[in-house]
Design a protein around this ligand. Structure first.
Ligand code: GLU
Length: 151
């Protein structure tokens, strides 16, 4: 069980994401992170092991601004509580994913995706989702189609 927040707005969303995570903190306790589409910088991700207040502290020294973002507090099922296992998980520089739950066939997916050349940077089951969507995104007409195909 985890906490997930997403925001698309006309104003910067980082504070909205952090407030949302704080309200959902009871759903995830071991790490927290966010990814924001930052003007001029593309996809920017920050993750910490610890609580939402640790993410907030981290962002004070690593400020990021953007009007679209996703955020997560993790309750680890696959992989130790750590920064590298914290969500969001990314595939390349265009896709970031937060996930709640368990990918039962993650080992088979990981083998397949590594065969396609994807390099995993976490021990989580969730990272397979990011790479699987990216794989489908190569040929899909839209991101929505790629997500549907991955599901
Ligand atoms: N299975 C995922 C992980 O261990 C998601 C856990 C959660 O729902 O927070 O990272």
């Amino acid at each position: 069980m985890c906490g997930i927040v997403g925001a698309v707005a006309r104003r910067p969303v980082v504070e909205i994401l952090l407030e949302g995570l704080q309200r959902l903190e009871y759903r995830g306790y071991d790490s927290a992170g966010l990814a924001v589409l930052a003007e001029g910088d593309g996809l920017v991700r920050h993750r910490v092991q610890g609580k939402v207040r640790d993410l907030r502290d981290h962002l004070r020294s690593h400020p990021v601004a953007g009007t679209t973002g996703i955020a997560h507090t993790r309750w680890a099922t696959h992989g130790a509580p750590s920064e590298r296992n914290a969500h969001p998980h990314v595939s390349g520089d265009r896709l970031a994913v937060v996930h709640n739950g368990i990918i039962e066939n993650h080992e088979a997916l990981r083998d397949r995706l590594e065969g396609e050349g994807y390099v995993f940077t976490s021990e989580t089951d969730s990272e397979t989702v990011a790479h699987l969507i990216d794989l489908h995104f190569r040929n899909a007409r839209s991101l929505a189609d790629a997500v549907r195909l991955a599901v």
